[in-house]
Design a binder for this molecule. Structure first.
Ligand code: SF4
Length: 161
């Protein structure tokens, strides 16, 4: 329908190469290479605002997530930072039942294999620590291992398809 409500709602649109509305048009036109060479879908923060406001009730956020999954499965590595970030995030959730921020970032920095990446996070890290928003010690979490069973079940179901 191309009404643009998704773009008008999206807090990340200004940083995307293509707005969400443009991206959906590209999907309709089958522009696979252009879609996967862009970082547009990686920048979706899954806030669900576009989905909530879409007058056609389209599952836009879930479709952004599907594009991320396809990009990983088909080896589109133009963006070398986003996929490792999502993987580090989900590995942490799988292991602890929630995100353990410091370990997640350590995993991410190791995965990107680029010393410039951790350095680029230093100013943000200092700011967060100064405000007491970042705790470097690693507390135990009660959810440890609980989500792992769920992950394994989903993988079994996916493999059986
Ligand atoms: S779910 Fe993603 S695409 Fe939709 S408004 Fe939020 S950040 Fe933008």
């Amino acid at each position: 329908m191309q009404c643009g409500t998704c773009t008008g709602s999206c807090g990340s649109a200004a940083r995307m190469e293509h707005t969400p509305r443009q991206l959906w048009r590209m999907v309709q036109a089958g522009m696979k290479d252009e879609i996967f060479k862009s970082r547009t879908f990686w920048l979706c923060s899954s806030c669900y605002y576009c989905t909530l406001r879409c007058p056609r009730g389209l599952p836009l956020t879930d479709t952004m997530a599907a594009l991320k999954r396809v990009a990983v499965a088909e080896g589109y590595t133009t963006d070398r930072k986003s996929a490792p970030f999502y993987k580090a995030f989900l590995d942490s959730v799988r292991k602890y039942g929630r995100v353990r921020e410091s370990e997640m970032m350590a995993r991410y920095f190791l995965a990107v294999k680029n010393p410039a990446v951790p350095l680029s996070f230093v100013p943000l890290g200092m700011k967060l620590m100064a405000r007491g928003k970042m705790d470097l010690h690693m507390p135990g979490f009660g959810g440890r291992g609980k989500l792992d069973r769920l992950y394994r079940k989903v993988m079994e179901l996916e493999a059986a398809k």
